[in-house]
Design a protein around this ligand. Sequence first.
Ligand SMILES: *[C@@H]1O[C@H](CO)[C@@H](O)[C@H](O)[C@H]1NC(C)=O
Ligand SMILES: *[C@@H]1O[C@H](CO)[C@@H](O)[C@H](O)[C@H]1NC(C)=O
Ligand SMILES: *[C@@H]1O[C@H](CO)[C@@H](O)[C@H](O)[C@H]1NC(C)=O
Ligand SMILES: *[C@@H]1O[C@H](CO)[C@@H](O)[C@H](O)[C@H]1NC(C)=O
Ligand SMILES: *[C@@H]1O[C@H](CO)[C@@H](O)[C@H](O)[C@H]1NC(C)=O
Ligand SMILES: *[C@@H]1O[C@H](CO)[C@@H](O)[C@H](O)[C@H]1NC(C)=O
Length: 471
Amino acid sequence: MKATWFCTASLGEGCRLFAVLLLVCQWSAEAAGITDQKTSAVGSSVLLIAPDSIKDVNYIQWEYIHGSSTHFIVQYYKDSSAPTIYEHFAGRVDFISSNGSLLLKELQEADSGIYKATVNLIESDARKTILTVIKPLSEPQVWCNSSLAGFPIKIVCDVQEGKVDMFSWEKEGGPLPPERCYQLSKNRSVLHIMKGEKSDCGSYSCNVSNEISWNETSLNLTIIGVSSSLEHAQTMSGVALVFALVAVLGFTMLLCQSAKRRIKGETWRWLFVFIHGLVCLSCVLLFVAMVIWMHNEGPSPAFILLELFLLYAIIITILVMGTLALKPAKLSGFKTKIWHRVILDSAAPGAMIAVVLFACLLLQKIHQLHERGCSQPADLTGSTVISAVTALLGLLFLFIWYHKTQVPKREAECPAREQVQELRERTQEQHCPTSTFQYKSLGFQQKSTTSFLILCPGCQKKQRAVETKQL
Ligand SMILES: *[C@@H]1O[C@H](CO)[C@@H](O)[C@H](O)[C@H]1NC(C)=O
Ligand SMILES: *[C@@H]1O[C@H](CO)[C@@H](O)[C@H](O)[C@H]1NC(C)=O
Ligand SMILES: *[C@@H]1O[C@H](CO)[C@@H](O)[C@H](O)[C@H]1NC(C)=O
Ligand SMILES: *[C@@H]1O[C@H](CO)[C@@H](O)[C@H](O)[C@H]1NC(C)=O
Ligand SMILES: *[C@@H]1O[C@H](CO)[C@@H](O)[C@H](O)[C@H]1NC(C)=O
Ligand SMILES: *[C@@H]1O[C@H](CO)[C@@H](O)[C@H](O)[C@H]1NC(C)=O
């Protein structure tokens, strides 16, 4: 028979479909009485009803048909006092002898199937109930694949347990705002936002339901205006700005010293190395921040030019730093030509100004992007305070070092008695009053040789004096 073949073929499909088809088959075989359909949740109870068309009830039997197997559940003779309850459902059924109803308790998914009640063995009046036991819906999971402003966003509602008949969405406890053209997938499980905006921020709830249960979860969507890479660029610009400002401070302090207490020698050298290091670091940070910015927002000619200048400043500052730290004497060698001197002397101040200006510009542009979303702007306090404290401590350390070592050392650097005598003789040739000599160390100490300036306040010119040996 065609119908029977259909049933066998569909055995692999779900229980429910199978049961329906089985019913169709059986109908075609033997036109039966009333058929009910019920769906219940796992763990609940269901009341199955016996045929009520027969007046004089003598015998009732309940059977459970699952696939091709049939089990007796209850047999009840009106004359006998108690119904016979079979093993298969023992402990989980209550038979109500007054009207023949059957109460099934603690339902399991495996209890799905056909329940057939027959009165007085009249097959044509048998009453069947197709019972489907399904799990109640668990809490759905709602997640979004992105939350970046200006990009498409999808919000997905997923249920682990149970079959969903309907998905419904709400925003902030009300219907989805019609002006925002949200799109729902065919089965409504996915909500598409074409282009994320500030107005899309808020709580989206997904209500899943089926015949027996519903459940709901919500997602707080926070549209972010700035991607995490741009947030890093923001931090880098902030730190670059701080370093550049501390370098400006260092330079200013060097420039504004009184001639008398001018920092010289070793401290001067390391202070210069330190300030050039700060400038170099701030250039590198701003360089990387600009690269990230252009990668996200597209290149612009002004920024490309700035990148080239930063690269140039990085190379020059590294050169100056390396030479000063390792071979300070070589530096004057570089400065023989005027344009060499211009390049070396202008790179660091130029870079400081450029970093300060463009770091501010970049920070402001990133801040503008933040406004597209509703997330909290990144907090730069921590990184800027830490970098400022580190850089200032470096500067402070150098100044303390200067006061601890260089000031007494300067006295020690004064020429020995005999040398003084020699110097005096020489300068007397140049008609300088002997009583007012001052000896001043000149620049770097090379091994044990030091050059001195003889300053004589009476003279107009500062006289360059001897290269003294062996202090
Ligand atoms: C049968 O009796 C039970 C218990 O009294 C009752 O809950 C149920 O509704 C009755 N069934 C019908 C079909 O009347
Ligand atoms: C939703 O599902 C969870 C289990 O995932 C359950 O604890 C909760 O009671 C359900 N809520 C409703 C309204 O059914
Ligand atoms: C999120 O899903 C949308 C729609 O499928 C897609 O266009 C977009 O590229 C996805 N975003 C991410 C970051 O994967
Ligand atoms: C809803 O449709 C999507 C594809 O559009 C599919 O991935 C998902 O499994 C479906 N969910 C349900 C519960 O049918
Ligand atoms: C979820 O949907 C079901 C079925 O449509 C409904 O009965 C229930 O009240 C809804 N829940 C909420 C919180 O709106
Ligand atoms: C969403 O945000 C509200 C307040 O803004 C909060 O009460 C709620 O718990 C949040 N929900 C989730 C799922 O984070």
